[in-house]
Design a protein around this ligand. Sequence first.
Ligand SMILES: Cc1cc2nc3c(=O)[nH]c(=O)nc-3n(C[C@H](O)[C@H](O)[C@H](O)COP(=O)(O)OP(=O)(O)OC[C@H]3O[C@@H](n4cnc5c(N)ncnc54)[C@H](O)[C@@H]3O)c2cc1C
Length: 437
Amino acid sequence: MASITRALRPLSRTTPSARLASKRLATVRPVQSAYAFSTTPRRREADLSELTPTPISLLSETESMMADMVSKFASEQIGPKVRDMDEAETMDPAVVEGLFEQGVMGIEIPEEFGGAGMNFTAAIVAIEELARIDPSVSVMVDVHNTLVNTAIMKYGDAQAHRTWLPKLSTGTVGSFCLSEPVSGSDAFALQTKAEKTADGYKINGSKMWITNAMESGIFIVFANLNPSAGYKGITAFIVEKGTPGFSIAKKEKKLGIRASSTCVLNFDDVVIPKSNILGEEGKGYKIAIEILNEGRIGIAAQMTGLALGAWEHAARYVWNDRKQFGQLIGEFQGMQHQIAQAYTEIAAARALVYNAARKKEAGQDFVKDAAMAKLYASQVAGRVAGSAVEWMGGMGFVREGIAEKMFRDSKIGAIYEGTSNIQLQTIAKMLQKQYTN
Ligand SMILES: Cc1cc2nc3c(=O)[nH]c(=O)nc-3n(C[C@H](O)[C@H](O)[C@H](O)COP(=O)(O)OP(=O)(O)OC[C@H]3O[C@@H](n4cnc5c(N)ncnc54)[C@H](O)[C@@H]3O)c2cc1C
């Protein structure tokens, strides 16, 4: 009940500062210090039956403040570095430090553990705002918050909370290690093995495609403790950087989100204490499924922000800078229709994202909504970023602006945290169940 009231309370009223998310596009207000976000909104008991439904794009005051703060930080502190980080295929450590200072690496972590104690939608708007400027930084924050922090908050015991959450909210980046060379879409075919030792576990195997690996200090690793039980042997463990036998074998060179590190990890007789298990033995598959269901909403937010960033970049160019045939190119009706169509699709993607986030917060079944949001937002991101390149002509194709980068970055939306085919499969399965007599 408490989480429901918390999620819906802001939507039940209209304050001068609560406003439609779409208005964020036009204004960036001066923002209070990041410490403003350390205050957990008070939970109030409310009679939910009396709530008046409000627009899905309406944000609470704290969510709105989060969006503004992240937007300001992203344009001022990340914006100037985006091109260099992409060219160097490296995340600037000052950006990571800034993200921790701003409080966006522990958005949902309770204040007692150094986090901001905010809600899931606050994390979603932060991910979206970061992606408007740099989808690479956005995915770092996304994986850290929606996969790693959430998994530890949800499945860790009191000791795990005390051990890991303060680190994750104040300075240590996290990674979520499920995929392997042999297991991608078929995630639970993973081959990494764990065995029990006298006072803990020993892990052997390798992981592939691990986001944040170069920056991370904490890795959630899925390994099979009982291969004869199939996926029911899969268990989640926490491995710290520097543990003997743990190594980064390779850093991938990629098409897009190049500042985000993606690595192959090796585990050779990596011994960890008993306390580093996350959740129960054999429950790793459940943890992975549940966490990725939520995480998908984050990727959908990343893709929505990316689409908006590409759209805004091109819209400013066609409506302010470039003239052909004696007029601004954005004044041609052929251009205007495309620009309007793209913006409408972005708004539709955002509605799916926020709806999935609100349903999750309200404790409703959101799995189909999350899959639809990710599928559609990544399609919109691909279309809009591609159009942005075309609307800018040659200037969209060169590396002076961000259109070509957003276009490259958009491709990943259809691949990680479940490919588009896998989202379609989830949606179809749930629909079939609903419509089968
Ligand atoms: C940049 C990047 C970052 C990543 N970060 C992480 C991370 O942090 N942690 C992590 O664990 N993993 C991560 N991944 C892995 C990612 O989740 C996988 O790449 C993804 O799940 C797809 O797996 P795959 O690459 O093996 O493709 P495959 O599973 O081989 O799929 C290839 C193609 O086959 C299709 N296909 C497969 N099975 C079916 C089916 N049943 N029906 C229809 N079509 C199907 C797919 O849709 C796809 O088009 C990352 C990947 C990338 C590229």
